[in-house]
Design a protein. Sequence first.
Length: 280
Amino acid sequence: MILIADSGSTKCSWAICDLKGNIVDRCSTIGFNPYFITSKKVLNHLDASNLNEIKHQITEVFFYGAGCSSKKMNAIIEKPFKSFFSKADVNIHHDLDAACYSMYDGEPAITGILGTGSNSCYFDGDKIYESAPSLGFMLGDEASGNSFGKKIINLYFNNILSDDLKVKYEKEYEKDISVINANVYNNPKANVYLAKFFPFVSDNKDHIQMKTLILSSIEEFFQLHISCFENYKKVKINFIGSVAFFLEQEIVEVAKKRGCQIGYIVKNPIDKLIEYHFKK
């Protein structure tokens, strides 16, 4: 059997397929981003997952992950995978590859990733081009889940959040700044923690303060990560990721204002990624 996985920093979706591309089973684990996890912890999570029951039946693994952008980073994932899937040929790729391949419909296109983090690339059907680098959650990740999380925390603790939104925030989210600081500055997966505040944005996106925040953030993403491609007004722009999925209306609004064409907006690209693999 063949195992195909698409991993962000928060969650990894796995599809177990037969040799004809039929999905036999699915499961999920935490996300394996090599910037925030060790090889040992990857192996521990694999051992505790449902994959343990079928690992010896797997002949090929195709893993597409956030942070898997260099040989050094890939090795952090590859080592435990080869140990766990001992009878399989293991292939580690960047999540940008998954974004491009899963959205490809025969025409060149730009794909934006808006999930826990953010990124973009252009795929002409043969080669993937990355124009603006991803600077990670401390310096970049515009319009991502963790970026929105930082902004919500900032608005709340600086008393800028409107009174009605403040009441909603205090019902569900952390009010102790010392707890937030500990989870941000002493946490190897601070980006995932920050992204947990994103539902506050999407749940209240019709509120004028949130609407303004959302549109300005998407505008920033377009400015930095879409308009950096010279042909961005001539090709379709696809989006994948949970943030893109929940803010589809706002993405379309910004794109229309900028004279851009929106193609697909997909929460999880795993199904289209499977289609791509078995069409090759």
